[in-house]
Unconditional design. Structure first.
Length: 537
């Protein structure tokens, strides 16, 4: 086999495995960004070498098959997925940053032979897609997406979701209506569920999507009823005995009158052209962290249904819609070391030093491990491949370990008849001595946090720390934020305690390197020490 054939076969195997884990088992082992990257690589390889595009390629289908425990349901209208677009938010030029979005708009305008197109927009929920069938206004069937052609019947579980109407509002409901939408778990309900899981000693869920999927697909609907699931409608698949609105925006307005929850109006405006789409994308990206639910992008749909019909479909997705993905909030990387960070109150926090990875819009090199119990629960070790998450302004954290990629070595004492393997690196243990001052580390009974017994002052140096504050009439100039930033950047200061060890030569050298003078001298640093002690007496 050629190198291209080998790589295509490898990609198909990986994508089929990851797709099965995601769609069927609801237990993904890699983040969405990694799946997207591999999918796009295979897609590009097949486009360049059409002979590699086999009939069972992941690029030719949508997900996995239903589980045997549920009754299979064939969708009257296939539940196809959407093609994806990505933006490189590190690029300054909007035309370069949103190149794939601009190309989508160009394809649509060319296909319709028009100068400008009106698009309906909406968030891309990170939950579980579902189909709801109503006959004469009554919910008669609910089914998951499955592989897009057939899904699983989960009607009894869906009946427990209070946001989903069991009977449509209005005196004259349509004889037949199939609605598509997303079952999800709000952030606050996810936090409450995990707190309950911990209290019962049960395993916690990695994220709201996994919690929603696992809850909806319970064989016992009583469990589903306890899980506070939510729902948002986002499209209509078929209508009988009523007029079908002429636009997507009209569909959403109609569904709202029938009693379906739809996302707030401010998150689904109708816009024109690529510029309108790009503006919407950046606005929702900026608001993402403050939303009550998880989203991983936005969706654009040609607003007019007649134009949708004119554009039609490709093999696995409509030509008239696209999902514009946000920068991944989860990514794979490697743990290079586990070190301890001492906070201002003496709290000791284990921190994973990571191989640099771009996630959540920034390059991440460190991730909190919270405390010793969390490290042990997740079994994070040096050398591990881990999933790192950074959402909004939240401190990056290690979500889980990809155990299949853990470095292993022959087990100690093994022989030809009892060969085995063991992890190359030992499990993490919190040090008994403070890494800064050497004092004994203590952990009170019932507390998760360990602390330096001496109340070590080794807080990370930051402008605005209490150690930098002085009475307004002390007669000294305060160190400027840029000055403190430079001290930290050049490695002179890693903690507040380091400020009191600075020498004049350090300050002069830093001044030369920074090529600026904020007016700080050894006397001002000393004064900071005296003022800090004076305030504590």
């Amino acid at each position: 086999m050629t190198a291209n054939e080998l790589r295509a076969a490898e990609l198909r195997e990986l994508l089929n495995r990851y797709g099965h884990e995601y769609y069927v088992l609801d237990a993904p082992t890699v983040p969405d960004a990694e799946y997207d990257r591999l999918f796009r690589e295979l897609q590009a390889l097949e486009e360049a070498h059409p002979e590699l595009a086999v009939s069972d390629s992941p690029t030719r289908r949508v997900g996995g098959a239903p589980l045997d425990e549920f009754v299979s349901v064939v969708h009257a209208v296939p539940m196809l997925s959407l093609s994806n677009a990505f933006s490189d938010m590190q690029l300054a030029d909007p035309a370069e940053r949103h190149a794939e979005l601009i190309q989508f708009d160009e394809r649509v305008r060319k296909g319709l032979d028009v100068a400008e197109v009106e698009y309906a927009t909406e968030p891309k929920f990170d939950g579980l897609a579902i189909s709801l069938l109503y006959e004469n206004g009554v919910l008669t069937r609910a089914a998951t997406r499955g592989d897009g052609v057939a899904g699983e019947q989960v009607t009894e579980n869906v009946r427990t979701i209070r946001a989903i109407p069991l009977k449509l509002d209005g005196a004259h409901p349509p004889a037949l209506l199939e609605v598509r939408g997303e079952v999800l778990m709000l952030k606050r309900d996810f936090e409450r569920l995990n707190a309950d899981q911990v209290a019962r000693g049960d395993k916690t869920f990695a994220n709201p999507r996994n919690a929603a999927a696992g809850s909806l697909r319970q064989l016992d609907s009583r469990i589903t009823a306890q899980r506070r699931l939510s729902f948002f409608a986002y499209s209509i698949a078929q209508v009988g005995g009523a007029d079908w609105p002429a636009t997507h925006a009209g569909e959403m307005a109609w569904l709202k009158t029938l009693g379906f929850p739809v996302v707030m109006d401010s998150l689904r405006p109708v816009v024109s052209g690529a510029a309108g789409l790009a503006g919407y994308y950046e606005a929702v990206l900026a608001a993402r962290a403050g939303l009550p639910f998880e989203i991983d992008g936005v969706v654009y749909k040609v607003n007019r249904r007649d134009q949708q019909e004119a554009l039609g479909f490709v093999s696995r997705a409509p030509r008239w819609a696209i999902a514009h993905k946000f920068p991944a909030e989860e990514a794979l990387t490697c743990v290079e070391a586990i070190e301890e960070q001492v906070g201002r109150t003496g709290a000791i926090t284990p921190v994973a030093r990571l191989k640099p990875v771009f996630v959540g819009g920034v390059t991440v090199t460190n991730a909190t491990l919270h405390n010793e119990d969390e490290v042990r629960r997740k079994d994070v070790r040096v050398g591990d491949t881990v999933i790192v998450r950074r959402a909004g302004d939240v401190i990056p954290e290690v979500v889980s370990v990809v155990l299949a990629q853990r470095p292993m070595q022959p087990a100690a004492g093994g022989d030809l008849f009892s060969a085995g393997e063991e992890p190359r690196y030992p499990a993490y243990r919190l040090p008994t001595a403070c890494p800064v001052c050497g004092s004994h580390v203590v952990r009170e009974e019932g507390e998760a946090i360990a602390r330096c017994s001496a109340g070590c002052p080794a807080a990370p140096a930051q402008p605005g720390d209490p150690a930098f504050r002085r009475p307004a009439d002390d007669g000294y100039r305060r160190p400027g934020e840029r000055y403190i930033d430079k001290l930290v950047e050049y490695g002179y200061v890693k903690s507040v305690a380091d400020l009191y060890r600075l020498k004049l030569e350090d300050l002069l050298e830093m001044k030369r390197r920074a090529d600026e003078d904020e007016g700080v001298t050894p006397e001002t640093v000393k004064a900071g020490k005296v003022a800090s002690k004076w305030r504590k007496t």
